[in-house]
Design a protein around this ligand. Structure first.
Ligand SMILES: *Cc1c(COP(=O)(O)O)cnc(C)c1O
Length: 434
């Protein structure tokens, strides 16, 4: 399988190049050149398969010959070493819990898979691969944990000092080994600027093998398609159409769902559930795309005004607004609606959701209201409610116990290298790592 750039369909690169580069040189995003239909009989037999078996079949279809079955099986077994429960709340209402990985958010799926695939591609290189990431909190911790102990790779995470939560800082700074935390006296934008400048620096480029682990890497997208098939396979076949609601920010998660549908997964439609950052639902309604400024909300991992994966979605649908609007419905919700939904989920079903999952649930409610008829509805719960203790307590009165993963991180010793925020410091530091 080869990968093209959404900006130029005629350039083709190998999986290795797409994964190690991340972004195409023309600024486009990599996409697989074709989507194989799921093998015949696969969906019927999926009901009896394990998560790993389903993931292996999906990965085989999406990757083709490279990197091969044996490598994929090992990567999948190592990366997905946690449970992925589909919890039924009521007849026709289910929640897919994606937060049982080490950092308690769904980004673990993508980060753990990508880390191992990158490690496979650098085997035999004489130099180490250095991954440079700027983070405002959650992505950094998933990436840091994803690469922990992965041979041949060193990770450097830049985060803004005093501007991430205590839990996030503990998750970033207590890993050690091949993962270093760089604490920058500045903002997230300063961290991003330092990373960008480091990538443009000739001397760094010639002396270090450098890559990024940002959310547009195709290796982060593909593993997210696995759990849609998994969720479908765990539903009782009641003969109702399936709809899936995805709480969305950068729209990687939703793109992966649409890819699974393109490969033959019988989901009738997807729901893009967003907070007040509503460029995509507006596009679906009007056909015109006009992102506004970012609005801060309770579901802060989805505070994205101009989602980078939207271009992949348009590409997947040949930029045909009507066809896309047939498969994808979009709804936007306020913080008040989000808190009320957290309360309803708790009162009606005894379920404690985090604010992101609650937005996903609101998507189902709005869809059912507008469409009637019986459906089997699934919403994705993307973070553990314990990551948002104040919001959860305010909305539901419940205080969520701190999970052991977080408690352990909070107890370990913090290690970070402090930086003032210039690229020269970062350069000196990086060159000293050789
Ligand atoms: C990143 C994130 C999202 C948004 O996912 P996208 O793939 O960017 O749309 C939703 N919920 C949580 C908890 C996240 O961390």
């Amino acid at each position: 399988m080869q990968y093209y750039s959404t900006r130029n369909r005629t350039t083709r690169v190998s999986l290795r190049e797409a994964v190690l580069k991340g972004l195409a040189p023309d600024g486009g995003l990599y996409m697989p050149e074709r989507f194989e239909q799921l093998p015949s009989g696969f969906l019927e037999s999926a009901r009896g398969m394990s998560f790993h078996e389903i993931a292996l079949t999906m990965a085989g279809s999406l990757f083709g010959r490279e990197p091969g079955d044996g490598v994929l099986r090992r990567i999948i077994v190592e990366a997905f070493d946690f449970k992925v429960p589909l919890v039924t709340l009521a007849d026709g209402l289910h929640v897919l819990e994606l937060f049982h990985g080490p950092t308690l958010a769904f980004k673990d799926f993508a980060a753990r898979f990508m880390a191992r695939l990158m490690a496979h591609f650098v085997v035999g290189e004489s130099r180490e691969l250095h991954i440079l990431v700027a983070t405002s909190g959650d992505t950094g911790s998933a990436v840091a944990h994803g690469f922990q102990g992965v041979p041949g790779i060193r990770v450097h995470i830049l985060y803004p000092s005093g501007r991430v939560s205590a839990i996030q800082e503990a998750q970033l700074t207590t890993i050690g080994g091949n993962v270093s935390a760089l604490e920058v006296a500045g903002t997230f934008d300063d961290c991003q600027r330092m990373v960008k400048e480091a990538f443009l620096d000739r001397e760094i480029g010639s002396r270090l093998m450098l890559s990024s682990a940002n959310s547009i890497n195709i290796a982060r997208l593909i593993p997210q398609s696995f759990y849609y098939v998994w969720a479908w396979s765990r539903l009782e076949d009641g003969g109702h159409p399936t709809v899936v609601s995805v709480p969305s920010g950068n729209f990687g998660n939703l793109t992966a769902g649409l890819i699974a549908k393109r490969m033959g997964l019988p989901v009738q439609c997807f729901i893009a559930a967003v907070n007040r950052n509503d460029a995509v639902p507006r596009y679906l309604r009007t056909g015109s795309y006009s992102p506004g400024p970012v609005i801060p909300t309770l579901s802060n991992a989805m505070d994205v005004s101009n989602p980078s994966n939207f271009d992949r979605i348009l590409d997947l649908y040949g930029r045909d607004h009507l066809r896309l609007a047939g498969d994808l419905k979009g709804f936007s919700f306020s913080d008040d609606q989000t808190r009320a939904a957290m309360r309803r989920l708790h009162d009606r079903y005894g379920y404690v959701a985090d604010p992101h999952g609650a937005v996903g649930y609101l998507g189902i409610e709005s869809f059912v209201e507008g469409n009637g008829g019986s459906v089997d509805a699934v919403f994705l719960e993307t973070a553990h409610p314990a990551k948002f203790p104040d919001t959860v307590e305010q909305a539901t009165g419940i205080s969520v116990p701190v999970p052991p993963q977080i408690e352990q991180a909070l107890r370990r010793e913090k290690r970070s290298a402090r930086m003032k925020g210039t690229v020269d410091e970062l350069k000196g530091y990086l060159l000293s790592c050789i």
